[in-house]
Ligand binder design. Structure first.
Ligand SMILES: C[S@@+](CC[C@H](N)C(=O)[O-])C[C@H]1O[C@@H](n2cnc3c(N)ncnc32)[C@H](O)[C@@H]1O
Length: 108
């Protein structure tokens, strides 16, 4: 894991696997998490951008590893978020509303 941190300014920036990083935090120690996870949409499909049909290919990180592995990954990071968030926490995720409902149902 790469770890870019600085104490000279008022935040620390971590760069690495979110599961490894979240495991370093103790329970109830985080006020808010704002997540924009992979949505596993880059699987040779198409979308419409500016009125044109374009390929959805954001990169290897966005390719599905199969429903079971995708589900396990999302469940794992959301469970880690729930562990580290304190009682006053907000849980935010930048997802289309239909996926947001799935994320919320995972969280419950
Ligand atoms: C939907 S994109 C986020 C885009 C970002 N919000 C932006 O505006 O540039 C998801 C990001 O999660 C990263 N990612 C994928 N798996 C990860 C993991 N296990 N831990 C941390 N980041 C991961 C990907 O590299 C990708 O940059």
């Amino acid at each position: 894991m790469q770890n870019h941190t600085t104490n000279k300014i008022e935040f620390e920036l971590y760069h690495g696997d979110c599961l490894e990083i979240l495991r370093e935090f103790s329970e109830n120690s985080v006020d808010m998490i704002f997540a924009d996870p992979p949505y596993n949409l880059s699987n040779g499909g198409f979308t419409v951008h500016a009125g044109r049909r374009v390929s959805v290919n954001k990169g290897e990180w966005d390719k599905s590893k199969g429903l079971k592995k995708d589900w396990e990954f999302h469940l794992a990071w959301i469970q880690e978020c729930r562990r580290v968030l304190n009682l006053m926490a907000l849980f935010g995720s930048v997802v289309p509303i239909t996926q947001f409902i799935n994320v919320v149902s995972l969280y419950r």
